[in-house]
Design a protein around this ligand. Structure first.
Ligand code: FES
Length: 197
């Protein structure tokens, strides 16, 4: 299978078979600082494809981002600084500022769209045609047709992307570990219920 270029729009019906893992990681160049890589960026066989993925964030310093992989999709994880959080609280010109559209678990339907404000966890697939957004000033920008998202993955108004970036199910069994694909205890969320990936 050929690996798609991260800057090439991907048709929606191809999204579930993307070879995002390594390509997305190589192309995103997300970090304001060098991004520590996660060793989960490996193809997995069908028997393990739906298992949760643990991401060790011990060395993810404030202001850094990294790319993990979950179910073949790139996941952007950012350790937010107090300044980033302050900026996030003042985000404006957002299409869905209150996350009314089901693009995140209920426990991420908040101003930071994540389990805890300090860590952003977003699926790195643009909701327009599926390119991989890159880190940009005040959030993320899609290299294909210019959609811009704030640091919580909320799309700005008048952009081609119709929806906020999806938030995957995630939990934090301990402060230095993010578990992708598993909800926090007592929470129920089926990722297949989101409006669009
Ligand atoms: S794929 Fe078109 S703006 Fe992202």
């Amino acid at each position: 299978m050929t690996t798609p270029d991260a800057n090439t729009p991907i048709q929606p019906n191809r999204r579930d078979v993307l070879g995002y893992a390594t390509t997305g990681a190589a192309a995103i160049g997300i970090a304001c600082c060098a991004a520590p890589f996660v060793n989960s960026l490996k193809p997995r066989d069908s028997a393990t494809a739906h298992l949760p993925v643990d991401v060790d964030i011990t060395h993810l310093a404030p202001g850094q981002s990294m790319v993990a992989s979950w179910q073949g999709m790139p996941v952007l994880i950012t350790h937010r600084t107090p300044q980033m959080l302050a900026q996030l609280k003042q985000s404006q010109n957002l299409r869905d500022p209150n996350s009314d559209i089901l693009q995140q678990p209920p426990y991420a339907r908040n101003w930071h769209r994540s389990l805890t404000p300090q860590y952003g966890v977003l699926i790195g697939i643009c909701t327009h045609l599926g390119c991989v957004p890159r880190a940009a000033e005040s959030g993320y920008a899609c290299p294909c047709h210019g959609s811009k998202f704030d640091a919580a993955g909320r799309v700005r108004t008048a952009m081609p992307a119709p929806y906020n970036l999806p938030v995957p199910p995630h939990s934090m069994p301990r402060p230095t570990l993010i578990r992708l694909g598993e909800n926090p205890p007592g929470q129920h969320f089926d990722f297949s219920s989101i409006v669009q990936i």
